[in-house]
Design a protein around this ligand. Structure first.
Ligand SMILES: Cc1ncc(COP(=O)(O)O)c(C=O)c1O
Length: 384
């Protein structure tokens, strides 16, 4: 007589496996396109040269995923490598730090590390894992930096945020923490780089090198060109196909970029930026002493901000009337970003126009606010 319990157990397992198999096959027919002739077999796992189906039946694999599984299934060394990879590249390092008051652009990734709410909100949810560190606040940086951070992105001088230079203490600590935790220190030099502050890169005023630098704005004299520069170790993270661009790196824009770089060097424009920048800054400081609604003058080279106690927009309008183009960022900062070829005479002309603009404009009501810039301004004042 056959053993009844044994038979019952086996058939129950078979019918359970059958139901699971039917469910997988139903999903396959519903969700996969008809690109392959598929068998009804559903394998669950493999070991060595054997694979197993849902009922536990064992098959000797003489096909190996059509020559893919040359080491069979669950080969220990491969399993170990894949599991390690998951830790460093997958589940482990998923946090990115950026700074409060930052601006990095409006494409999806750049927007995710841009702090200003008005840019972010219409596109939320953004890329997850981003956390903002208070500007120049080393304690906040230390509290938020850990082994899960894969990158910290910093504008050495915040541009759209109102011309706020990052402090050397903050940058140096960011460099140390990035090294300690195997994260990339990324300098966004799109606005402050390529000579704007009188140095090739604005980070050169600071202690410690970044791992990655991004540049763009002046690079091809107004044609669209950006560049991503990385130390060997970080550049090696790319493999063919991981990154691409239809129009990126075209010969016309690259040739124009070379002309820009060559001109900056040949015409000693960095020296000119430093000299004209110093004259402009000194002139603005004099205006700050004359007009009490000017709080401070910030920045370096030809990247200067005039922080006001009142709204800046009316001054921009009056400047336009008087034939001078400036803009206002973050409501209370007049921003000056003149060309590198500026002459001493033109510095005088601009300062004289600004003097007249400040004198003639009906003074806007004093606002309490210097909203998003308050923290950086305080930090900056403390750093002086
Ligand atoms: C520091 C910085 N990063 C990134 C960008 C964004 O560049 P784009 O508008 O080309 O995305 C800007 C633009 O002003 C910028 O100032």
């Amino acid at each position: 007589m056959k053993s009844i319990p044994k038979k019952t157990k086996k058939s129950a397992a078979a019918s359970g496996a059958g139901a699971a198999q039917r469910s997988v096959l139903r999903d396959v027919s519903r969700h996969l396109m008809n690109t392959y002739k598929r068998s009804d077999m559903v394998f669950t796992h493999g070991r060595g040269c054997y694979v197993f189906d849902q009922s536990g039946k064992k098959y000797l694999d003489f096909l190996g995923g059509i020559a893919v599984n040359a080491l069979g299934y669950s080969y220990p060394d491969l399993v170990r490598t894949i599991a390690a990879r998951q830790k460093s590249g997958g589940t482990g390092k998923t946090r990115v730090l950026a700074l409060e008051n930052s601006f990095h652009g409006r494409t999806f990734g750049a927007l995710s590390i841009t702090h200003t709410l008005k840019y972010r909100e219409p596109f939320e949810p953004l890329v997850p894992g981003v956390e903002f560190v208070r500007f120049n606040d080393v304690a906040d940086l230390e509290a938020k930096f850990n082994g899960n951070v894969c990158a910290i992105v910093i504008e050495p001088v915040q541009g759209e945020g109102g011309i706020f230079p990052v402090s050397d203490t903050f940058w140096k600590r960011a460099r140390e923490l990035a090294t300690q935790h195997g994260a990339a220190l990324i300098a966004d030099e799109i606005q402050c780089g390529l000579g704007r502050t009188g140095r090739a890169f604005a980070y050169q005023r600071l202690t410690g090198l970044p791992d990655i630098v991004v540049v763009a704005k002046p690079l091809a004299g107004g044609l669209p060109l950006g560049a991503f520069l990385a130390r060997e170790e970080f550049a090696a993270a790319f493999s063919p196909g991981l990154h691409g661009s239809t129009f990126g790196g075209g010969p016309l824009v690259c040739a124009t970029g070379l002309t820009f770089l060559d001109t900056v060097e040949r015409k000693h424009l960095l020296a000119n930026v430093r000299a004209r920048g110093a004259e402009l800054r000194a002139g603005l400081k004099k205006l700050a002493a004359k007009f009490d609604f000017i709080r401070e003058v910030r920045g370096e080279g030809l990247m200067l901000g005039v922080g006001l106690d009142v709204e800046g927009a009316p001054y921009v309008t009056e400047a336009l009337q008087q034939g001078l183009l400036i803009n206002c960022t973050h409501e209370h900062t007049l921003r000056l970003l003149p060309p590198f070829i500026l002459t001493a005479q033109q510095v005088k002309e601009g300062l004289s126009k600004l003097d007249s603009v400040f004198a003639k404009t009906e003074r806007p009501a004093k606002t309490q606010a210097v909203p998003p810039t308050t923290a950086p301004a305080l930090a900056l004042a403390a750093a002086r």
